[in-house]
Design a protein around this ligand. Structure first.
Ligand SMILES: [Zn+2]
Length: 211
């Protein structure tokens, strides 16, 4: 077993390129620690890297990625809570000012849920994880006359809204949001178009981030 050559090559390119120009910043971050103001909760999908989409340098974004950019509602029973732990760290330790839920088009997790397929893989976890989307699905309602693409996009966007609602179930975070110390945002990346849309909370619609 050898370390993937693609990663060795990529690291060499980074070390001779970007690291050179950002060395000072890395040293400073190592000494002072990170103080990102923006937390992004995105999907694991290899096409939607938040650092790439937002052109972010080291220390700028506190990123959590999971299948379909979901956050489970607050609960403290028994199991391991990776997303909740990251959320707690972002909010309580780093004191981020913004939390962005970044969804995207052609999300395999959403599709698996929406089409009621077998889970993405024959494992034990994805089906249960994706059941977090159930409240979003019931808001969208039956597919009816919608095309499959339109239905999936509605589901992807409704799930972002549902995840924003779930953030409000975390008592400490809810207080900070109500006091205006933390702002939450929904965003949606069109993989094919490259377009970024941002949720307008007043209308519930996603509008282009750049006019
Ligand atoms: Zn996805």
């Amino acid at each position: 077993m050898s370390f993937p050559q693609r990663l060795v090559d990529g690291y060499e390119a980074f070390a001779s390129g970007r690291l050179q120009t950002e060395q000072h910043r890395y040293r400073e971050l190592a000494e002072r620690g990170q103080t990102p103001e923006i937390m992004v909760i995105g999907c694991c999908d290899s096409r939607v890297s938040p650092e790439v989409i937002f052109d972010a340098g080291p220390g700028e974004l506190f990123v959590v990625r999971n299948v379909a950019n979901l956050v489970p509602p607050f609960e403290t029973q028994g199991t391991y809570h990776g997303v909740s732990a990251a959320l707690e760290f972002g909010v309580a330790a780093l004191k981020v000012k913004h939390i962005v839920i970044l969804g995207h088009a052609h999300c395999g997790g959403v599709r698996a849920f929406a089409e009621d397929h077998e889970p993405l893989s024959p494992g034990d976890f994805i089906g249960r994880w994706m059941s977090l989307m159930a409240p979003a699905a019931s808001k969208v309602g039956p597919r009816g006359s919608m095309s499959p693409a339109e239905y999936l996009e509605r589901m992807e966007k409704a799930s972002i809204v549902n995840t924003l609602d779930n953030l409000m179930t975390f008592p400490r975070l809810r207080k900070l949001i109500e006091r205006g110390e933390v702002q939450t945002h929904g965003a949606y990346f069109g993989v094919a178009t490259g377009q970024l849309s941002v949720l307008d909370r007043a209308t519930g619609e996603f509008k282009p981030a750049v006019k």
